[in-house]
Design a protein around this ligand. Structure first.
Ligand SMILES: *Cc1c(COP(=O)(O)O)cnc(C)c1O
Length: 399
């Protein structure tokens, strides 16, 4: 094995090696760590070179809205981890989703989207894209019949997240991918909850991967960023949109994400084992009515998640006995967990979905989605598991 092969998409290097080294080619400075290029533009040796760069005849940097060497390292590294030919970085997860929609959709097109996707994704499709004549049909993540029945000749994109937030429902990615293929549509999977350390949806037939790098790819709550990954051909098209419209990732943020990726697999497995232990413990608590975590054998998505994922991730939710009052009491009694809607951080976060992340849903929609008043979501961090249990126990005991 040659270290230069780490940048060869067909190399035999394994995930952990790629997470630490892929994408970086040492400059003449001989730097060990990845260099941070804080520059908006680049100079040319002469006018002929400038002309060749601008026309695309010669590859190379022109302007940091187009390419930046630090951002390029991140893009190559994520592509290697997702088993994608290519990836492109964006300023946030939402910018990645918007850029994907802007690239592949036009007036008259149709999207089929899981009902249980990130709140802003629903708003983007439902409120904004609809203004431009792009319609979305929302379906149950797990009901394949609904996906089938929602398909139209104009359907261009099928969109899902798995496992879902906050109830950890699990999509059958291969089956949804088959529906997409049959209808000449693209399957886009938001892989934010698992990251490629636990799940690689391209291998299951997805066409494009979306990331909010803000979450587990950073892992320590520092920066906003997004990724789109897929085939050279598809990502080339997304890149053209991003270069034109400008939702580019900052090189500083890319550098932070590179540091985050070095510990990605370690962290994802640590998040998963903490979440698993907390889920089992919660099940035993007399004031807890039900626990939602795909790692539990009782969860309807357990078998599918065991097949598609190498671990079950860091997010779980549970219902307490009672209603909103009781849920708020448990949340407000915690001293260690952070009361915030963010997730994918070493610090554990706790939130009441019905009045925050899912607050904009009507009562009927909440009922349908299972977002009841007594539901609490925990994005389990990397603190000691005994301290996390103790933190929840205070509120549970007080009910
Ligand atoms: C946070 C999140 C997003 C949006 O990402 P931003 O970086 O906040 O723009 C998209 N999808 C999922 C699943 C998320 O959790």
């Amino acid at each position: 094995m040659n270290i230069d092969d780490v940048n060869d998409p067909h190399s035999d290097f394994k995930f952990d090696t790629l997470a630490i080294r892929a994408g970086h080619v040492r400059t003449h400075e001989g730097e060990h760590g990845e260099p941070l290029f804080l520059t908006s533009s680049y100079v040319f040796t002469d006018s002929a070179e400038a002309a060749a760069r601008f026309s695309g005849e010669q590859s190379g940097n022109v302007y940091s809205r187009y390419t930046n060497p630090t951002v390029s390292i991140l893009e190559k590294r994520i592509a290697a981890l997702e088993c994608a030919e290519r990836a492109v970085a964006t300023s946030s997860g939402m910018a990645a989703i918007l850029s994907t929609c802007m690239t592949f959709l036009k007036a008259g097109d149709h999207i089929v989207c899981s009902r249980s996707v990130f709140g802003a994704t629903t708003v983007l499709l439902d409120k904004y894209l609809s203004r431009f004549g792009i319609e979305t049909t929302f379906v149950s993540l797990t009901d394949l019949d609904q996906w089938h029945q929602a398909m139209r000749p104009q359907t261009r994109i099928l969109y899902l997240e798995t496992p879902s937030n906050p109830l950890c429902d699990v999509a059958d990615v291969e089956s949804v991918a088959a529906i997409a293929r049959k209808n000449n549509a693209l399957l886009v999977v938001d892989n934010c909850f698992c990251t490629p350390a636990l799940q690689q949806p391209l291998k299951l037939g997805a066409d494009l991967i979306i990331h909010s790098a803000t979450k587990y790819l950073d892992g320590q709550g520092r920066c906003l960023g997004g990724i789109v990954a897929g085939s050279k051909e598809l990502i080339g098209q997304v890149l053209t949109f991003i270069r034109t419209a400008g939702p580019t990732m900052s090189p500083f943020n890319a550098w932070v994400f590179l540091k985050g990726l070095e510990t990605l697999k370690l962290r994802m497995h640590a998040h998963s084992s903490n979440a698993m232990e907390l889920a089992i413990w919660l099940q035993e608590q007399p004031k807890v009515k039900e626990v939602f975590y795909a790692g539990l054998e009782s969860h309807p998505g357990h078998k599918l998640a065991s097949r598609q994922q190498t671990a079950f991730g860091g997010v779980l939710s549970f219902k307490v006995k009672g209603d909103r009052k009781e849920a708020w009491k448990v949340i407000d009694s915690t001293k260690l967990m952070s009361l915030t809607a963010n997730l994918g951080d070493t610090k554990t976060t706790i939130v009441h979905p019905a009045t925050t992340t899912h607050g904009r849903l009507s009562l009927e929609q909440k009922e349908e989605a299972g977002i009841t008043g007594n539901l609490i979501r925990v994005a389990v961090g990397l603190e000691d598991i005994d301290d996390l249990k103790e933190d929840l126990l205070q509120g549970l005991k007080a009910l």
